[in-house]
Design a protein. Sequence first.
Length: 286
Amino acid sequence: MGPRKPVPSHIHEALLALFRNQPGLAPALLRDALHVELPTYTETRIESAELTEVQPAEYRADLVVLLYNTRPVLGIIVEAQLAIDERKRFSWPVYVVGLRARMRCPVCLFVGTEDEAVARWASKDIALGGESRLRPFVLGPSRVPEVLDEIRAKSDPELAVLSARAHGRDADVDKAARIANVAVAATLDLDDDRKRLYFDLVRAALSEAVKRSLEAMKPANYEYQSDFARKYFAQGKAELVLKLLQLKFGPLPESVIGRVQSAEIEQLDRWGELVLSARSLDDVLS
């Protein structure tokens, strides 16, 4: 299978938000997933991503994370790469050299991708001329840790969401659903903006089989205690009920679609049970 086609930019920005909201995520993944030896540091900061004096768009990195130990000890250029783009092999070295000159410390390039073909492409050394080469550190989906422990997920919700994104379509549906489950549970105590963003990121990455498994299971240590959680799981059930109704009865009136989309979980469960035996749309919804 070839690389994915370019995807909407909001996914790119949402993935970067994980690293922006948790500055320690990039060095943690470098250390734990890619086994990169990091210098001793006491602080992690998000730094300006503008990397040249004159700032054309192609010379602006996605995100810059700096490790400090009274002074900068390592700069990390974080790039979320969703498709193969040969232009990046010319601009990435500029990012590294620009940040190194500005901060006067070592700099590395960390590329995260959700596509294994893109990961293989990004992992190739970039020849700079002579014997000089730039070797990116690349995190593809297969190298993202599987976060199955709720305590770990609660302590690092961004990593839990990244794990759900990476493994939400795995062949082991039960395990993928457990990963998504703990990621969802980890978001419930966050502020509404992060919670909404992270819920959407998790759900968008799941296969239909994993969604069905997740909707059928009891969420980790809570029973829809959050209104937002109820809405999240209801959305998934509503999509399933609408699909079943459309397959059996054909195109649906807007009034029916709206009614299903606004229904409570319990009502959706009852409608889902009635679809197979019902002879008409009214038999289900009346």
